[in-house]
Write a protein that binds this ligand. Structure first.
Ligand SMILES: [Zn+2]
Length: 477
């Protein structure tokens, strides 16, 4: 049996105020080419880079969250290569003394995490003759995480990448949006006989810029290699790209060995010794760690008695999880987990639907529903003072106006139908207008009653309770 072995290398741009080795703004939203540049990030000769300690702290924070080892000393190195996106001919990176060694995430062992600078962005013109270079991205702090080759399926690789994105967001060190290129995944894949104890020839996959591509590219490559091996063909050690349209990997170039990069210590940046570097306190970073995704999952499962899938849904977006918790704490009574599920249901379906439609997030200023107002509405539903149908209308109105539930109900005159007399008049009206359904019901057709109930509910805009309506209908027919 052939067993696939996968190792991941994941890059993420850190969201610091300034770039890695100069004072230029680090602004991923900047759309005017070459606006945030200076001689340092343009790679002019003779300039002096200085390390951005916010970026160093961010990587240490990640290392601590992973449970990795933070060596007392770290240094930067020059990684030589020539390409138009890197005019100085080398990238400042870290070779043998990275910031983080070891760690674990989603059951996958991490080998190291280091810090380097991003390259310029190249745009290839349509004529195929020329390329444009934008240096806004050049010198943006970039962290690279390398896993041990211990992943054996595309699903496992995908889980790891998703969990890392979530962790980076919880730590608030990167937005890690793959579509914007803020997080990029590379995968090393080899296939070998299960019992051989050796690795096969390694192929490196690049250009993986979505979670869908992580799964697609890894799956395709495992199948391609096992077909070749089944036909006694050799695997070429190379770098392959992923074509999302053809859903295929394609050969890019034969892989360089590590020594081709001619690593050498960066002479312009002093090595870091955290015992002596006053600006960085490892204790302070450690105490600044927030509740981590897996810790939150455990607590949510215990405190709110939610199902694992419900917990995953909330924890996958920290603002949503926060909103849920704040709303829960606003609710007066917490009757044995019933309200926990009620709140979850309204947040995960109705509220998400409204947010999606308006292209809003709960953290946006235009989002007008406070957890307290949301909790008030949930309490009305829990007490049976309002039907779920009316609640949908109230929520949608609250989303638009930010008014509280009682005010909305008053404005929409939903409450005018709650009195029995008013409801009776509507029921009478419906009976008069639907002779056929009434006759059907009298003949014993139960679903005619359902139909009539629906008519009453529509007329009262959901402001009445189905049970009550049905009883009244039975009485009055
Ligand atoms: Zn600069």
């Amino acid at each position: 049996m052939l067993k696939p072995t996968i190792g991941l290398e994941i890059h993420a741009e850190l969201k610091t105020k300034t770039k890695m080795f100069c004072g230029c703004p680090n602004d991923p939203e900047e759309s005017h080419p070459n606006a945030n540049v200076c001689p340092v990030c343009l790679g002019h000769p003779g300039v002096l880079p200085t390390a951005n300690l916010e970026a160093v702290k961010a990587v240490i924070k990640l290392g601590m969250a992973l449970g990795g080892n933070i060596p007392q000393k770290a240094k930067f190195d020059r990684k030589s290569y020539f390409y138009p996106d890197l005019p100085k001919g080398y990238q400042i990176s870290q070779y043998d003394e990275p910031l983080v060694l070891g760690g674990e995430l989603a059951g996958v062992k991490v080998r190291r995490v280091h810090l380097e600078e991003d390259t310029a962005r190249l745009t290839h013109a349509d004529d195929g003759e020329s390329s444009l270079v934008d240096f806004n991205r050049a010198g943006v702090p970039l962290m690279e995480l390398v896993t041990e080759p211990v992943i054996h399926s595309a699903g496992e690789a995908l889980r790891f990448a998703k969990e890392l994105q979530l962790l980076l967001r919880y730590l608030e060190i990167s937005d890690a949006d793959m579509e914007k290129g803020e997080m990029r995944v590379e995968a090393n894949i080899s296939l070998a006989d299960e019992n051989s104890g050796e690795f096969g020839t390694k192929v490196e996959l690049k250009n993986i810029n979505s979670f869908k591509a992580v799964e697609g590219a890894v799956t395709y490559e495992m199948e391609r290699q096992s077909k070749l091996l089944a036909e006694d063909e050799k695997i070429v050690q190379e770098t392959r790209g992923w074509d999302p349209i053809k859903a295929k990997t394609f050969s890019q170039r034969v892989k360089e060995e590590a020594h081709d990069y001619r690593y050498m210590p960066e002479p312009d940046i002093p090595p870091m010794d955290f015992a002596k570097l006053g600006e960085i306190s490892l204790d302070e970073i450690k105490s600044s760690l927030p509740e981590l995704p897996w810790q939150k999952r455990k607590r949510f499962a215990e405190d709110y008695a939610l199902q694992p899938a419900q917990v995953d849904f909330l924890v996958a977006d920290k603002p949503t999880a926060d909103f849920y918790e704040e709303a829960i704490s606003e609710m007066e009574e917490n009757d044995g987990g019933k309200n926990n599920t009620l709140l979850f249901n309204y947040i995960s379906s109705d509220l998400q639907g409204l947010l999606k439609e308006a292209n809003l997030k709960t953290t946006d200023e235009d989002f007008k529903i406070t957890p307290a107002k949301f909790a008030d509405l949930m309490a009305l539903i829990a007490k049976g003072d309002i039907t779920s149908r009316a609640a949908k209308n109230v929520l949608s109105e609250m989303f638009k106006t930010g008014l509280d539930a009682h005010q909305i109900i008053k404005n929409m005159s939903l409450d005018e139908f709650s009195g029995e007399d008013k409801l009776q008049s509507v029921v009478r009206e419906v009976i008069e207008q639907n002779e056929k359904a009434v006759a059907d019901y009298k003949k014993g057709k139960e679903n005619a009653l359902q139909f009539l109930t629906g008519q009453v509910m529509t007329k009262t805009r959901g402001g009445s309770k189905p049970d009550e309506v049905m009883n009244l209908l039975r009485e009055l027919i």
